[in-house]
Design a protein around this ligand. Structure first.
Ligand SMILES: [Zn+2]
Length: 121
């Protein structure tokens, strides 16, 4: 009877380093991000964000920040959508709390009004 163990460690550490959700602000190297256009094709002019250093040096296959504007905007919209959902949930709770608060204030006002009436009589 044999027991094989320890040979099942897979490669589960696939990680995209330097991946930024939304519009990148600065590159990991500290340089600013600039918006550029692709000029290689005359018909299409794709906008992208690029590390200023890498763009200036015309680097290729480097690991400085590169991101399509469309992709970044899609991220922003998705993030916004999530934030909207959270906001909506918060609004729901807030409005119930606000209503209860209003009701309590109203009841308190009624009580004080009744007290005032009784004192006058
Ligand atoms: Zn950089």
């Amino acid at each position: 009877m044999s027991n094989v163990s320890g040979a099942s460690s897979g490669s589960s550490n696939v990680r995209q380093s330097g991946f930024v959700v939304g519009v990148p602000k600065t590159c990991w190297c500290g340089e600013q991000i600039v918006a550029k256009n692709t000029k290689s094709e005359p018909n299409s002019c794709w906008r992208y964000f690029r590390c200023r250093e890498a763009a200036g040096e015309k680097l290729a296959n480097d690991n400085h920040t590169f991101k399509w504007v469309d992709e970044a905007q899609l991220d922003e919209v998705t993030t916004l959508g999530v934030q909207m959902d959270i906001l909506k949930e918060e609004m729901k709770e807030l409005s119930i709390e606000a209503l209860q608060d209003q009701k309590m204030k109203f009841e308190k006002m009624q009580m004080e009004f009744k007290k005032e009436l009784l004192e006058r009589v």
